[in-house]
Design a binder for this molecule. Structure first.
Ligand SMILES: Cc1ncc(COP(=O)(O)O)c(C=O)c1O
Length: 417
């Protein structure tokens, strides 16, 4: 009770803590895909801290890495000094990506990495305009908010948000790809004609929060071609879908493309705040020292746990597990759910599944029922809150997931009015 009272009294109301309930569970322990409440009740975590705790909770490799790093006694040095953990992460990231021909800028949050991508793109291109996409989500700091499409998220904040961004349509299926590419092409042409050309295109290879749309390989390929043609940077936001969640190392791997900038967050450390911009070649070594700093960037504990996370993804073959076991379980769920009247669609890629309902009220009701009847933590998403998102840890045991999906199916088929 004390935890609840203190949080209610002091916490900023812009935080989502009380979005679903005025009396949310307080979790005091985690193990694998499970979270345990104060009275030791067990809940299945299909949220993972917004698609972040990709290895679940209490993962031995992560805990070991954190213990080893803290035992050095150095919790922070700042970036003026070399940290062995930061150095190690650069090497491991380069191995994961499969090339040494990259440069890397570490940060703390997804939005901060987006800001960095905007700034470095402007710095090297000497151009200021960006193309972003309808339905895209890139965070909430002012630069990132400018690239985020939702009016509901943007409009409460006055001022010139996004005056350097033009939104293009994002395809909902393969048939829309050509149209969306033509619209992008028109934006490039117009920007060139008024002497304010496009510096970069920022795209999620799979739109996650807005309801798991994509990937559309020909769309990504067409976008890359347009950026090359117009001397703009091709930037993929992999904060949500990257590092295994899509069933590939990166979601852009569904297409034959090679982005100029890859933006990482969430699953990079899968826990302690850490994000990164990874550039092709030496692009991130073209700006001078001090051009873009942040006190905590590359924190040693966060880097240590990121090293352990990336190694675990490869050592335990988690990408194969996602595409073989997790995605197939979502496939079965789709098969069972799709005939219900109030279910509009079920979309899944790898370890992310969106169940789209006819409206947000039904989606919210399903989330509440899943919590109260089956102790399942789920996430709300969709452009207007019409989706329930299922985001299990990418190492979740198939039997546990399938059991949870059967419970959810029962709830949707029997409990909804
Ligand atoms: C695709 C994408 N980009 C950016 C962000 C923003 O990341 P953060 O919340 O760490 O600032 C998110 C967060 O959900 C995201 O899904």
């Amino acid at each position: 009770m004390e935890n609840l009272i203190s949080t209610q009294k002091f916490e900023s109301s812009a935080v989502n803590t009380f979005k679903l309930s005025q009396n949310p569970q307080v979790f005091v322990r985690g193990d694998g895909p499970w979270l345990f409440s104060e009275n030791d009740e067990k809940y299945l975590d299909l949220v993972c801290g917004s698609a972040t705790s990709n290895l679940g909770h209490n993962h031995p490799e992560q805990i070991k890495a954190i213990k080893e790093a803290t035992e050095t006694g150095i919790l922070h040095t700042g970036t003026r000094l070399i940290s062995p953990y930061r150095a190690k992460l650069y090497g491991i990231l380069s191995d994961y990506i499969g090339t040494e021909d990259i440069s890397i800028h570490l940060l703390n949050s997804g939005a901060e990495a987006i800001e960095t991508a905007i700034k470095v793109t402007r710095f090297v291109s000497r151009k200021q305009k960006f193309i972003s996409f309808e339905g895209g989500y890139h965070g909430r700091t002012l630069g990132a908010l400018s690239l985020t499409h939702s009016e509901e998220i943007r409009s409460p904040f006055i001022g010139n948000i996004g005056d350097f961004v033009t939104f293009a349509p994002y395809p909902k299926n393969e048939a829309e790809v050509q149209y969306c590419l033509e619209k992008c092409s028109e934006i490039f042409e117009y920007s060139n004609s008024v002497g304010d050309p496009i510096a970069g295109v920022v795209v999620e290879a799979i739109q996650g929060v807005s309801g798991v749309w994509g990937p559309f390989p020909t769309f990504l390929r067409g976008l890359q071609d347009l950026t090359k043609l117009n001397d703009a940077l091709f930037i993929t936001d992999e904060i949500w879908s990257g590092l295994g969640r899509s069933g590939k190392k990166f979601a852009f791997h569904f297409s034959d493309v090679s982005p100029d900038l890859i933006i990482l967050g969430k699953g990079l450390s899968s826990s302690i705040p850490l994000s990164a911009v990874v550039a092709k070649g030496d692009l991130l070594q073209k700006w001078p020292p001090g051009a873009h700093t942040s006190t905590f960037q590359g924190n040693p504990i966060a880097c240590a746990v990121a090293c352990a996370t990336l190694r675990e993804i490869e050592n335990s073959k988690l990408i194969e597990h996602v595409s073989n076991s997790i995605a197939s379980s979502f496939g079965e769920l789709k098969h069972d759910l799709i005939s219900y009247d109030f279910v509009k669609d079920v979309r899944f890629v790898g370890a992310q599944c969106a169940i789209e309902f006819n409206n947000s009220a039904i989606a919210t009701e399903v989330q509440k029922l899943a919590l109260s009847k089956a102790k399942l933590l789920t996430y709300g998403g969709g452009r207007k809150g019409e989706c329930v998102l299922l985001l299990p840890p990418i190492n979740i045991d198939k039997t546990i997931l399938q059991h949870a999906l059967r419970s959810l199916l029962e709830i949707i088929s029997q409990e909804l009015p």
